[in-house]
Ligand binder design. Structure first.
Ligand code: NI
Length: 171
């Protein structure tokens, strides 16, 4: 398993529902967590590892807590108004910029035992959940980035596209 980079087409497509968690889903989800740590991320969505499924792993940033796995997550409530924050994405190495996100979210999801649960998040964790759930809809943070920041990253984005095209023709 590896992290796929923009503009891999899987990142641009809405992912299908998981529906029911099987052993295969559990196995792949378990592989995503060490990969996320290895890449120094705090969130990773299944399409980012080339897997078309509505599943994500996210860490709330609290010391001593484990990353959470959310299957078929759904945002029930967004609130607190918008807050600007700096974001990066493991599928966009070297690219960072300001994105406005809701300050709080309440999300319903299933866990790996097929049990529904809800999570209320604020601040950075709310941001991570919104960013990762966007991935499940094929929405990338660069499209939500402040236009000035997107413009500042233009050359880096073009380099990612060029690198992807080189890799596609190499194989
Ligand atoms: Ni991302």
């Amino acid at each position: 398993m590896r992290v796929v980079h923009y503009p891999d087409p899987i990142l641009l497509k809405p992912a299908p529902l998981v529906g029911r968690v099987t052993d295969e889903v559990r196995k792949k989800a378990a592989e995503m967590i060490p990969l996320m740590h290895l890449e120094d991320g705090i969130g990773l969505a299944a399409p980012q590892v080339g897997w078309a499924a509505r599943l994500l792993v996210a860490w709330d940033g609290e010391e001593g807590t484990e990353p959470m796995v959310l299957v078929d997550p759904e945002i029930l409530e967004k609130g607190g108004g918008f807050e600007d924050g700096n974001e990066g994405c493991l599928s966009f190495p070297g690219i960072f910029g300001t994105v406005a996100r809701y300050q709080t979210v309440r999300v319903r999801a299933m866990n790996l035992d097929n049990q529904p649960f809800e999570v209320s998040a604020e601040g950075l964790f709310a941001r991570v959940l919104q960013h990762e759930i966007d991935h499940l809809d094929g929405v990338l943070f660069v499209t939500r980035m402040k236009p000035a920041d997107r413009a500042a990253n233009k050359a880096k984005l073009e380099e990612l596209v060029a690198r992807f095209e080189r890799r596609s023709t190499d194989t």
